[in-house]
Structures are given as C-alpha cells and as structure tokens.
Design a protein around this ligand. Structure first.
Ligand code: GLN
Length: 236
C-alpha cells in the first residue's frame, strides 16, 4: 500500500492523518529529511507558513522537500502548504520567507484577511464530479486563507471563488513596495500542476473525503508510471 507522508512540523497534520485513516490509506508523520525516502507522496498541511518555514529550516528540510517535489512525487499543499509550494509569495511578511516552490504561481499569503475574516463557502469543483460522479460542490473552509493571484501555462485551475466585498487592499510586489487593490472579482483557490495539488482551503477539516481520494489517485498514477518506466528499462 502506498505510504502518504504528512509534514508534521506545525498546523493541521493530525486532521490530515485522521482523514487518511478514514479512507483506509496509510499516513505517516514526517519531521526529518531522511523520512522522505520512505514515503510515496506528501501532504503539506495548513498552519502558519512563516513558523512552518522556520521549523523546516531548523530541521534542514528545504533541500530534501525540493528534491521530493522535483522527482515528480505527488505533493498536496493545503493553505500554508500551498504557500510553501508556490514559486512566488506576496503579502504580509512574505519578503524573505523561504519557499519549497515547484508550483508556477503567485500566491498572496493572507488574501482573505485575518482570523476574523475566516469563512466557509460552497465551491464548484468540476474535477470532483468527473472523478467520482455526483456533485461538483464542496465545502471550502478558509482560515486566514491565501489565494492564487496568477498561474503559469501548465497550471490547471480546479476552483475559484468570488472575492469578498471589502477585502483589504493588498501588496502585489514581493518587496512590499507597492499597494494595489486586487481588481478581479474572482480569485483562484485550487490548482493542479502535474504532481502538485494545492488548495487554499482545508478539506481535512470537513467530512468530505473526495480531495484525499483524488490525491491518493495521483499517487497511484505516479506509481504506475514509475513501474512501467522500471519494466521498460529492465526489459531493454
Ligand atoms: N495565511 C497563513 C500563512 O501565511 C496560512 C493560513 C492557514 O494555513 N490556515 O501561513
């Protein structure tokens, strides 16, 4: 059975572990670089990305995490995990924050505001209905949530949502030099780029297991690819 690692430095890793148990998947908590060699895929949970980055630095995890993502292993970032995976982060205190990168997008760390502006909303996610049949609607739990402002050409947008009225103005430049009001009326909150899945919200805080199953399927696909590459190279 595929082993799903859950980065367990800080944040909602217990909830991801519980969600994996609910669908009968094997999850392991990951805190050290050498543990990455023993897992097939990795979830980077939500929490507080600057704190998580400090802990990841302390454990010298960034090079191993970049190698894991670069190797094409499935990785899912939720909320702070999405920020970790972005190639570029803007917004409060984003300057100097170390990122794993790999996901070709610009993320705003606190797009939806502070804890007080946390909210829940229904999201339309056609891919969930395509995969499992049934409804394309899922509950999005947004807690001090980031949002994706821009994506590169290889990034598939899975969900967006309306920009709440009265959202505070935001810093667009990474240096924090320039304040601009985000002018679009919808913003991206879930994407996929190859082996990377990223959501600005927290499926692990709901009883809806479809996102975890979707991620597990990415894991199965990547193992099937690795197996056929292996059998090709041993048969030639
Ligand atoms: N905005 C938070 C950060 O910068 C992320 C919030 C979350 O993961 N719930 O890390």
């Amino acid at each position: 059975m595929a082993v799903v690692g859950v980065l367990a430095l800080q944040g909602s890793y217990n909830e991801h572990m519980a969600a994996l148990r609910r669908i009968g998947a094997k999850g392991v908590e990951v805190r050290k670089a050498e543990q990455l060699g023993a897992i097939d895929s990795l979830i980077i949970p939500g929490g507080e990305s600057t704190t998580m980055a400090k802990l990841a630095n302390y454990h010298n995890l960034f090079p191993a995490l970049r190698e894991f993502v670069g190797a094409g292993k499935p990785v899912w970032g939720t909320c702070a995990g999405l920020i970790f995976l972005a190639n570029k982060a803007v917004g409060q205190k984003s300057g100097g924050q170390e990122l794993v990168g790999g996901l070709d997008c610009t993320v705003h760390r606190n797009f939806f505001g502070s804890q007080l502006q946390s909210f829940e909303t229904e999201l339309s996610v056609p891919m969930l209905a395509e995969k499992e049949g049934g409804s394309n609607i899922c509950r999005g739990v947004f807690i001090r949530a980031p949002a994706i402002l821009e994506v590169g050409p290889d990034v598939e947008v899975l969900a967006d949502c309306p920009v709440p009225a009265g959202r505070p103005s935001i810093t667009i430049s990474a240096e924090g030099a320039e304040d601009e009001v985000y002018s679009k009326d919808r913003v991206i909150v879930a994407v996929r780029q190859g082996n990377i899945l990223a959501t600005a919200f927290h499926p692990e805080l709901t009883s809806d297991s479809r996102w975890h199953r979707l991620f597990l399927d990415m894991d199965k696909d990547s193992q099937a690819k690795a197996f056929s590459a292996l059998s090709l190279s041993t048969s030639s």
